[in-house]
Design a protein around this ligand. Structure first.
Ligand SMILES: NC(=O)c1ccc[n+]([C@@H]2O[C@H](COP(=O)([O-])OP(=O)(O)OC[C@H]3O[C@@H](n4cnc5c(N)ncnc54)[C@H](OP(=O)(O)O)[C@@H]3O)[C@@H](O)[C@H]2O)c1
Length: 316
């Protein structure tokens, strides 16, 4: 496997670290050599002298010796260009970018199929929590009737802090200081990031992309301390829940603050943790819980996609 990595930031750097630390183990599992042929970052990065580094991502796209591109840039325009060109060239594309896939996923999955390439995105939903393999393989005999989850660590941290007595702005400030919230936290607190993720989970569960504009989205900004107190009196907590459900032939997607009672497993998912709850016809409820973000957890999911490229001949 000959890899090119574009975007050497928080996640990209950790991907390189894990490939270095676990190289032998990975090559044994893959039964082939795994080589990082070139890496690309917009600005210079230190400590990567042993790699062939460029600042122009097109150099990697034009290198026909690379068979797999890992995109860890973020945003949408450049990742879209990278994804299209990679898949059109019949190469494998791995990304952690939920925004890209929620908006352009429908087209990109068709491109992958048409060009016999693989497109994997384990890190795009739930960071380090593995959801693609459980949904595609572990639970495959089931009809999935609902997938829902706490999918955004920043908003869950804010709600947890509010449950402990903080105001919304105090909790947001805390999230920013601890590095959980972006400089512009709009996507997190307005539910848009959760909507990107539930859109992908819905595609995985039901095999169909729902137009992003059809998702009913409400963030956590309107919740007051009174709401939180009232919830507590009912032994419940507000959680920002992304939900995709199948009723008859209809798939509906929503993101909204939802009262979760103390008898439900999602009640105990606090702070920056994420959880995905899957309702299957044979299994009942399955819950996956873990770190929804962070460089190393997310990079672990990215590397697991490299294995899927090799192992999952029938996916996409
Ligand atoms: N961090 C997490 O916990 C997490 C969790 C799940 C998913 N993700 C997803 O993973 C992706 C990467 O996130 P991140 O946290 O690693 O972001 P990041 O730390 O901001 O890293 C992005 C890197 O991409 C580089 N870059 C930007 N534009 C570029 C271009 N045109 N060409 C080449 N390189 C370019 C940036 O370079 P500069 O150094 O010049 O800025 C930066 O080093 C995003 O899609 C994000 O949503 C992240």
């Amino acid at each position: 496997m000959r890899i090119g990595i574009i975007g050497i930031g928080v996640v990209g750097r950790e991907v390189i670290n894990i490939l270095e630390e676990q190289g032998q183990k990975i090559e044994k599992l893959f039964s082939e050599k795994v080589e990082v042929v070139k890496i690309c970052n917009r600005s210079p990065k230190e400590g990567l002298d042993s790699y062939e580094m460029t600042h122009d991502y097109k150099v990697l796209l034009e290198d026909n010796s690379i068979d797999t591109i890992i995109e860890l840039v973020g945003g949408i325009e450049i990742p879209y260009d990278i994804a299209k060109k990679t898949l059109e060239a019949g190469k494998n594309f791995i990304t952690a970018n939920k925004y890209l896939l929620a908006i352009h996923g429908k087209e990109l999955f068709v491109l992958a199929t048409e060009n016999n390439s693989k497109l994997f995105y384990e890190a795009a939903v739930g960071g380090g929590i593995p959801v693609l393999s459980p949904l595609k393989e572990g639970l495959f005999p089931n009809e999935i009737t609902r997938v829902r989850g706490i999918l955004n660590g920043t908003s869950n941290y804010i709600l947890t802090e509010m449950d402990g007595g903080a105001t919304f702005s105090e909790a947001l400030e805390g999230a920013t200081i601890k590095g959980y919230a972006e400089a512009d936290p709009t996507f997190d607190i307005e539910g848009i990031d959760t909507a990107h993720k539930i859109s992908l989970l819905s595609y995985l569960a039901f095999g169909k992309f729902i137009d992003f504009n059809e998702i009913e989205i409400e963030g956590i900004t309107k919740l007051t301390i009174e709401d939180i107190k009232n919830a507590k009196e009912q032994e419940a907590k507000y959680k920002l829940i992304g939900e995709a459900k199948l009723e008859g032939d209809k798939i509906s997607l929503s993101v909204k603050p939802t009262l979760i009672s103390s008898s439900e497993l999602l009640y105990g998912v606090d702070g920056v943790y994420n959880a995905v709850e899957i309702d299957g016809t044979y299994t009942g409820k399955t819950i996956l819980y873990g770190e929804g973000a962070g460089g190393s957890a997310t990079a672990s999911a990215v590397i697991s996609d490299l294995y899927k490229v090799i192992a999952s001949k029938n996916w996409n």
